[in-house]
Design a protein around this ligand. Structure first.
Ligand SMILES: [Zn+2]
Length: 76
């Protein structure tokens, strides 16, 4: 349980979020992950058990629900 944001000290709320994971060279999004989201800056935190479940998902690597295209930009 994360009640305070480590970055800005803001209050966090329990929320389902989309987690961005770099699995080796590929980016995988996992939707509907229970997280703690900072009300101030939007930073998301996950409980240790949730992280373990994400690791297990990576190991099992089931077929993706869907695949999306992501535009890539270069910082000006
Ligand atoms: Zn914050």
């Amino acid at each position: 349980m994360v009640t305070r944001c480590y970055l800005c000290g803001g209050k966090t709320v329990r929320k389902a979020v989309t987690a961005e994971n770099w699995w080796g060279d590929s980016l995988a999004l996992v939707e509907n992950v229970p997280g703690w989201v900072c009300e101030e800056c939007g930073e998301a935190y996950f409980d240790a058990e949730t992280c373990k479940q994400l690791d297990r998902l990576r190991e099992a690597s089931p077929p993706a629900q869907r695949t999306i295209e992501v535009p890539v930009y270069l910082f000006p």
